[in-house]
Design a protein around this ligand. Structure first.
Ligand code: FDA
Length: 400
């Protein structure tokens, strides 16, 4: 009989198993994959953006935005940095508080594995869990490595993104088996797509990248980011779009300002008097040339297909304002996303109303805990999702 069985040896599962083991608990860690922690390995372009030094509840999306507060405050980015310091792992900050490994992501995997060894964690990997039943003094798991009994059961099987490296809906199915509600899972931090007819004018822009202001929704449910956007053959990507995708709901429009920080109408009207330059040249001085040329030749603004070639001095103020508005208040309605194949995370998951925020335990099922991405807490792009994995794992490990 184990004290704790943890299913899922990813970021949250390894951290929880290690810390519980180091508290003297007898822990077994189960994973169906053949390779350990593939998501950590591929994260951050292979250098694992392991936390964000500014992480706080405002950087997370959840049906209950306050749920993550307690765990995040009890295991902070500084705690993870202290752990890395013990292993002499170097790190560097990229923009906006994002902390990356100096070495490859493997260093983080090795560190977590060593922490598990210190906690005398027993491994069952690769091992699939066929059934889970609750018994008087804990749980009985039937697995491909035989039956496993444990007093507490921790589900750390993550979300649905990247099925090719082992993501499954195990956690959601198990939650339902025990009568817990699931907030509808959706791909998040994911490129947005458009139907091919509406995207025809923009498809030639594939590869163009620029900083934009992007927003969706309004009021309390609205959100905006100032980040880089990337045009692709099928739609929009880049950090700005990945960030907003978490807040986007199907059918909703997205507003994009392609020239933030500049009043484009004013800039064009100021440039106009006596200016013999073509509109196309003036615009190409303000935006990436390919974007300016395609915007005008596809006549996105509805000012006429020959507008680019006209002298700016000769065109009407109204047309210049219309052009500026099309670029600074560009409204698009994505038809969908690139899906779980490309999504960095899953939005939604086990409803936090069913869980205790101090311990991650299901209130109605003593001994059953959910941590990491399986829970309805989704972080922004930039290290926030790993910070949630570490923090929720630590909160749980103190309680099992
Ligand atoms: P995680 O997915 O890490 O682990 C789940 C484990 O459960 C896996 O080992 C899996 O094999 C196992 N499992 C699943 N189903 C099972 C079953 N039925 N039986 C047994 N085992 C099962 N975040 C961040 O903060 N910074 C970053 O740089 C990145 N970069 C990044 C890049 C890419 C390409 C992706 C896809 C994701 C990121 N992320 C990220 C997100 C981050 O990887 C993610 O949020 C965490 O890994 C979640 O940790 P978990 O432990 O909850 O799940």
């Amino acid at each position: 009989m184990f004290d704790v069985a943890v299913i899922g040896a990813g970021a949250a599962g390894m951290m929880c198993a290690a810390l519980a083991g180091q508290r003297g608990r007898r822990v077994v860690l189960i994973d169906h994959a053949t390779k350990l922690a593939e998501k950590i390995r591929i994260s951050g372009g292979g250098r694992c953006n392991f936390t964000n030094k500014d992480a706080g509840p405002a950087n997370y999306v959840s049906a209950n935005p306050h749920f993550c507060r307690s765990a995040l405050s009890r295991y902070t980015p500084a705690d993870f940095l202290a752990l890395m310091a013990r292993y002499r792992l170097g790190w560097h900050e990229k923009h906006r508080g994002q902390l990356f490994c100096d070495e490859s992501s493997d260093a983080i995997i090795r560190m977590l594995k060593s922490e598990c060894d210190i906690g005398h964690v027993e491994w069952r990997m690769p091992c699939s869990v066929e059934s889970v039943v609750q018994q008087e003094n804990g749980f009985l798991l039937q697995t491909s490595s035989g039956p496993i009994r444990a007093k507490s059961l921790v589900i750390a099987t993550g979300g649905l993104s990247i099925p090719a490296i082992g993501a499954t809906d195990f956690g959601f199915k198990l939650a339902r088996q025990f009568g817990l509600k699931i907030i509808e899972p959706r791909p998040a931090l994911v490129p947005l797509t458009f139907d091919s007819a509406s995207w025809t004018p923009f498809a030639p822009l594939a590869g163009v990248a620029l900083e934009v202001d992007i927003r969706t929704g309004a009021g309390k449910t609205g959100m905006h980011f100032k980040e880089d956007l990337l045009f692709t053959h099928r739609g929009l990507s880049g950090p700005a779009v990945l960030q907003i995708s978490t807040y986007w709901n199907p059918g909703q429009p997205i507003q994009i300002n392609l020239l933030p920080g500049v009043n484009l109408a004013e800039a064009l009207l100021t440039a106009k008097p006596g200016n013999r330059q073509q509109v196309g040249s003036v615009l190409a001085g303000l935006l990436p040339r390919r974007l300016a040329e395609q915007w005008l030749s596809a006549d996105v603004a509805g000012v006429g297909a020959d507008f680019a070639a006209q002298r700016i001095a000769d065109v009407s103020d109204k047309s210049l304002r219309k052009l500026a508005d099309s670029l600074q208040n560009w409204q698009v309605v994505p038809s969908g996303t690139e899906g779980y194949k490309k999504a960095e995370v899953t939005r939604g998951g086990v409803d936090t109303k069913a869980l205790d925020q101090q311990t991650m335990a299901a209130r109605s099922v003593p001994g059953l805990h959910f941590i990491g991405e399986s829970v309805d807490v989704t972080g922004w792009l930039g290290g926030y999702n790993f910070q949630w994995a570490w923090a929720s794992a630590s909160a749980c490990a103190q309680a099992v």
